[in-house]
Structure formats: C-alpha cells, structure tokens
Design a protein. Structure first.
Length: 265
C-alpha cells in the first residue's frame, strides 16, 4: 500500500496507548485474540482492519476513536491508491487514435452512465465516491472531442443482463450504450452467453493504438492494474482480442440483443 497519513496515525496512536498501558505487543495481541505480528503490522501503518479498530476501541475504551481513524484511512486509500498503472494508462488514453475494449464482468468505465458508475464505485456506501464518479464522467470527454478515437467495444452478454444498480439504472445504461453505438466511430459487438469458452474469459483488457502504429495494453482485476508496453506481450493481447471477437454476434445482431435485454427490464 502507498502512504496514507490516517493509517499511519492509527499505528502511532495504537503504539502510544500500548506504551502507556505498559503492554508488550504479545500481551496486547493475546488480549485482542490476534498475533503479535498483526499488532506490529498495524503499528507500522502498513495495514489495519475494521474488526481490529472495534476491538481496540473496546479494549482501550476510546469511544470509537480507532474506528473513526479506520474510516478516514479507508477513504484515503481509495483516493491515493488507483490501480497500479492506471494513471499512466489514463494519460496515454487521451492520445489514442483507437481503443479496443473487452468487458468480461462489468461495462468499461468509458461507457458507464453516472448511475452505473456510482453503483460500481460504491457511492451508496461512501459519499466520497461522488468525486470519483465525476472524474469518470469527465474522462469520457475523449469520446466526444474533435479528435475522438475509433472504438471497438466487445462485451459479454452477461454484462448486459447483470442488474447492476437495479432495473432503472440498467435500463438507462443500456439506452446510453445503444445511443453510443449509433456513432460511426463506435463498433459494438456482444459475445452471447451460449458461447461456452473463448480466450477472453481470462479477464477484461483494453488496447490503445496510436498514430505511430504502436499499441499498449492495460488489464485490471480486483483493484490491481497492469500497463503492458513490451511489444511481444502487447501482441498477445492483440491476437486475443481478434480471436475473441470471432465469437461475438455481428453488429446488427449485437444491437438487437441489447434492445431485447433493455426492453425486458
């Protein structure tokens, strides 16, 4: 994890109170039902947990202090820890002349509506997520600018049918996607769920192409991202994308399926 002043303060406060109580790390660990290594990890500010925050508040009778610090640390982690490689990817995305996207589980951020993005980013649980949603909406401006890239978007049918945010949010999202696909610079295709297996099932990824003929790839899973620039590795993703598109429905059939799903909500 990167630097997080709230998490570091949690550790400093824990160490201060343990010293005041004249407790060794092992004695406190025994009282909390954890290991002395975990106490040391928390005191170093590397990692903390909500359950430990509650346990420390109970043990030291701190009236929720540790849990409040944990809450701030969690929010700060979201602010300072974008997936590795993503800031560099986002900057390169602004200059791409082509974008090829495969969405396996969730619709890519470039085409998310505000309601869909808020659901994905946990806005109902964390008010600070509104800022992240706004940033995502601003990022989509590359699709409407004068030098907008050509975009190929391939999605799994299950992405369209997953009720992310509920029926109203999905109906709006699918309508937005349908409208986007009407633009000549956007090519949409859907891989039907009847396809048992194809190379894309290893995970979502994006390919950026540039006017000098080069490409880069970016893949992300569970908050961990990876920017891939080595030509041989990028070529693997290019081949994978070209291959998985062979399993997709044609453009008109993909749009028809999208309409069918939208009208079923």
């Amino acid at each position: 994890m990167g630097e997080n002043s709230a998490r570091e303060f949690f550790g400093t406060e824990l160490r201060r109170r343990r010293d005041e109580a004249k407790l060794t790390a092992k004695e406190l660990a025994d009282a909390l039902g954890c290991t002395s290594q975990w106490v040391s990890t928390m005191e170093s500010g590397r990692k903390i947990s909500e359950q430990s925050a509650h346990d420390l508040d109970t043990y030291f009778k701190t009236d929720g202090l540790f849990h409040r610090i944990w809450t701030h640390a969690k929010k700060a982690d979201r602010r300072v820890l974008p997936p590795p490689g993503f800031p560099e990817y986002a900057e390169r995305e602004k200059h791409a002349t082509s974008i090829r996207i495969y969405s396996a589980l969730l619709l890519t951020g470039l085409f998310q509506t505000e309601g869909y993005a808020a659901t994905v980013m946990g806005a109902t649980e964390d008010g600070d997520a509104a800022g992240f949603v706004a940033e995502r909406m601003e990022r989509q401006s590359i699709l409407t600018g004068a030098n907008r890239p050509k975009v190929w978007l391939t999605v799994e049918e299950n992405v369209l049918r997953r009720p992310t945010g509920g029926a109203d949010v999905m109906r709006e999202q699918l309508a937005s996607l349908l409208k986007a696909s009407e633009h000549p610079d956007v090519m949409l295709d859907v891989i039907p769920r009847s396809v048992a297996y194809h190379p894309g099932l290893e995970g979502s990824f994006t390919l950026l192409g540039f006017d000098n003929g080069t490409n880069i790839a970016y893949t992300e899973s569970a908050g961990t991202g990876m920017l891939i620039e080595h030509p041989a590795r990028v070529l693997e993703y290019v081949v994978r994308y070209d291959t998985l598109r062979g399993f997709a429905l044609p453009f008109s059939a993909s749009r028809a399926l999208l309409i069918e799903v939208m009208e079923s909500l």
